[in-house]
Design a protein. Structure first.
Length: 343
């Protein structure tokens, strides 16, 4: 029987399959910068084995390495460990367990080959990406934040940091990682001799960023091993008060893990406290916004009255409208990224 190395089901079918699967699942992420000679061949090897293990998630491969976020039935975690340790490029790779394990995190397995595992906009030939900053354990990072004169930098996008971040951290106001490094370099241009603490969701963005900053002359670059995900678990296990406040944004269907009860931002629609991320239900818009449940209900999951009117149309009319928008390169103009009420 022929085995397909890609998903063959529509979204509704995939959701039903997840709901019918009664097994408990664990959400795991891992990454590694490692030379992969043939990413496509490597991709097919992973897909074949990962599908057999019941893995659902999003995995990016490139010549420079792997970046993976996925869920797996708990009963198969040991089998996964044995498999990845049998692959030279993945041997002994660190599994970063999520703060929250939810079945709906992923509904399919997608393994994609890209030019880079993180879109950083850097020319790696200009510096040594392996010359990274000093890795700090969560407890070391927690203690280091108390040192006088230390600078903490959030290496995530603005929509991630607005709902949760470390106390007194620099929060670059950018929408993509490729925009972030030049801005961080500029912000810190007079602090090249100070101790810099970098953090991100799981640690992968800090790897490239710390190497870049060292190349640019920063002398004391440190990074949080395992990112916010690892920090939250370790601090909780040690009974410490978290210096990270709010939610940790995650790139799956959950859109966030609750770290503390602090709500740091407001609903884009009404301005009331909220850190609930959602995508506009109008697929021609689909903008990511913070929106409270009340506004989401009244707007039918949309970001505005304009989009609400569109999703109220028959599906065929919505499709025609989206096709016209693509042809004319016209998209909804009523929203701007992070245009917040009351902020």
């Amino acid at each position: 029987m022929k085995k397909f190395l890609f998903n063959r089901f529509d979204k509704d079918t995939l959701k039903k399959k997840v709901l019918l699967d009664t097994r408990e699942r664990r959400v795991i992420s891992f990454y590694r910068y490692v030379k992969i000679e043939n990413p496509l061949e490597f991709r097919n090897l992973l897909y074949d084995s990962f599908e057999d293990l019941g893995i659902l998630g999003r995995i990016y491969l490139a010549n420079e390495g792997i970046n993976a976020q996925f869920s797996i039935p708990i009963e198969n975690v040991d089998k996964l460990r044995s498999f990845v340790d049998s692959v030279p490029e993945l041997n002994n790779i660190y599994f970063n367990d999520a703060v929250e394990d939810k079945k709906e995190s992923f509904i399919k397995l997608a393994i994609k080959v890209r030019k880079k595992i993180v879109a950083d906009g850097l020319d790696d030939s200009q510096f040594d990406p392996s010359n990274v900053g000093t890795h700090l354990s969560p407890l070391e990072f927690h203690k280091a934040m108390e040192e006088e004169g230390v600078i903490v930098v959030d290496l995530r996008n603005n929509y991630e940091s607005e709902v949760g971040h470390f106390e007194n951290a620099i929060l670059p106001d950018v929408g993509t990682f490729r925009e972030e490094l030049p801005l961080v370099e500029k912000i810190l241009e007079k602090d090249k001799d100070k101790k810099i603490l970098l953090y991100c969701t799981g640690g992968i963005r800090c790897e490239k960023a710390s190497a870049y900053l060292k190349y640019k002359g920063f002398e004391k670059v440190h990074q949080l091993r395992g990112g916010i995900i690892n920090y939250a678990k370790v601090v909780h296990d040690h009974g410490l008060k978290s210096k990270f406040k709010g939610k940790n944004f995650v790139f799956d269907d959950r859109l966030g893990e609750r770290i503390t009860d602090d709500v740091l931002t407001v609903c884009y629609t009404c301005g009331k406290p909220s850190d609930r991320h959602t995508n506009c239900a109008n697929l021609g818009c689909h903008v990511l916004i913070v929106q409270c449940e009340s506004c989401s209900e009244s707007l039918l999951g949309c970001c505005s009255e304009e989009c609400k009117q569109i999703v109220s149309l028959p599906e065929e009319e919505q499709k025609k409208l989206r096709q016209e928008q693509r042809k004319q390169h016209k998209y909804p103009t009523h929203h701007l990224t992070r245009k917040l009420v009351g902020k």
